[in-house]
Design a protein around this ligand. Structure first.
Ligand SMILES: *Cc1c(COP(=O)(O)O)cnc(C)c1O
Length: 405
């Protein structure tokens, strides 16, 4: 196997990153989860059941669409992997489906989750409803106000949404609160973590459940073009949609991979969420990885117009792949992302999530740099309906500067 196909050791280390930096009380449920996952991943019945629900309920496989007008504008051949067409409108449900099936296997009748933008909360609430499992979602109070539509969706699905009022009142605090709940109710509860983050085995489990994106893409592009893509591009919040697309291509040395982080208002303290541009190695919420923190190790505030990219840490596997030089990371600003939303809407009739728009913005910004033979695949991780208010708000606030451009 290629040295680039990263696998964690038994304690979840991806090289110097990852691990299980948690209180003793969490070691037992994490180990239990690791064991159950191991047996499930070898069990053909589990795989069959997961595939059944991914096909019949989530709507997989999602299309790989040749975006002709976008291709014409940027100068390479661009394909869009349409994760926005998954049930509930984003890739998050791939992981939720897998994890709720694991919860069932452990005979846990209650699931909890954290959510930032609300997409992971909605996906967890959806799958829990479908299986008749109790669901509680922790969400920062600020995020609840920013994403009122998703709060309404979760409540309509029968989920209890608990507002978190500590700190910045966003995703980081919601994760801490969910972990607290888990420690208290560990007997009957499974914690459905939403990205390739946190303590082992989560980065491994989430990556594997999301790798369906890359496995499908590989088959689809070989059928369409009879060769592999030259570039894969995905936005990186926690890193799950990106690693899901990248992982099945890691041993294909010629396929370049670019992760796009949130540059927010620019790379100044507190104004962005580009961990690889402004971060250092540290430990946050169970894992060692690149983190936005000050000299004393205090976690810095983060900012992005897209709530799904607004987090201080990144998947440990991305940190390792970057060290190895296998993947590259860049960032785009709020403004570029919003312009990319408009562009994809007007050129292709597709309104992407603001998160996904970061990946699209990168490809647009590189216009003229792409070669005629380049095949670029962008992961459209989600659809944009949830962001309409954010975009209108941003445009109102920035009207003066926008006119000057
Ligand atoms: C949550 C979310 C992201 C960011 O999470 P990753 O784990 O980095 O994929 C990106 N896009 C959408 C649409 C999301 O909902």
């Amino acid at each position: 196997m290629s040295k680039y196909v990263t696998e964690p050791d038994a304690r979840g280390h991806f090289g110097p990153y990852g691990g299980m930096y948690v209180p003793e009380t969490l070691m037992f449920p994490l180990q239990e989860l690791a064991d159950v996952y191991k047996s499930a991943s070898r069990d053909p019945t589990f795989k069959r059941e997961l595939n059944h629900y991914l096909k019949e309920y989530v709507g997989r496989p999602t299309p790989l669409y040749h975006a002709k007008r976008l291709s014409h504008e940027v100068g390479g051949k661009v394909y869009l992997k349409r994760e926005d067409l998954c049930h509930t409108g984003a890739h998050k449900i791939n992981n939720c489906m897998g994890q709720v099936l694991l919860a069932k296997r452990m005979e846990k009748r209650r699931v909890i989750a954290e959510t930032g933008a609300g997409q992971h909360g909605v996906a967890t609430a959806t799958v829990a409803a479908m299986f008749g499992i109790e669901c509680v979602v922790y969400m920062g109070k600020v995020d609840m106000e920013r994403q009122a539509l998703n709060v309404f969706r979760m409540e309509s699905l029968g989920t209890k949404v608990v507002p978190v009022t500590a700190g910045q009142q966003t995703l980081k605090e919601a994760i801490s609160e969910a972990m607290r709940d888990w420690v208290t109710h560990v007997q009957k509860t499974h914690y459905v973590l939403g990205s390739a983050l946190g303590a082992h085995p989560y980065p491994l489990i989430v990556r594997n459940f999301q790798s369906i994106i890359g496995h499908e893409t590989r088959k689809q592009i070989l059928r369409l073009e009879n060769r592999l893509p030259t570039h894969l591009v995905a936005c990186v919040g926690g890193g799950s949609n990106a690693i899901g697309l990248f992982h099945p291509f890691l041993s294909d040395r010629k396929v370049k991979m670019i992760g796009v982080e949130a540059g927010g208002k620019g790379i100044q303290k507190g104004q962005h969420a580009a961990r690889f541009a402004g971060g250092r190695v540290g430990i946050l919420q169970g894992t060692k990885t690149f983190i936005l923190q000050d000299r004393e190790g205090q976690i810095e505030e983060t900012h992005s117009v897209s709530a799904g990219l607004d987090y201080a840490a990144v998947s440990p596997e991305h940190s390792l792949l970057r060290d190895m030089g296998r993947t590259q990371y860049t960032y785009v600003t709020d403004r570029d992302a919003i312009h990319a939303c408009d562009a994809l809407g007007q050129w292709e009739g597709i309104l992407p999530a603001l998160e996904s728009a970061h990946a699209i913005a990168y490809v647009i910004k590189q216009s003229g740099m792409w070669g005629k033979k380049d095949i670029i695949i962008i992961n459209v991780s989600g659809r944009g309906d949830k962001d309409v208010q954010q975009i209108v708000g941003w445009k109102k606030k920035n009207r003066k500067q926008e006119k000057r451009i």
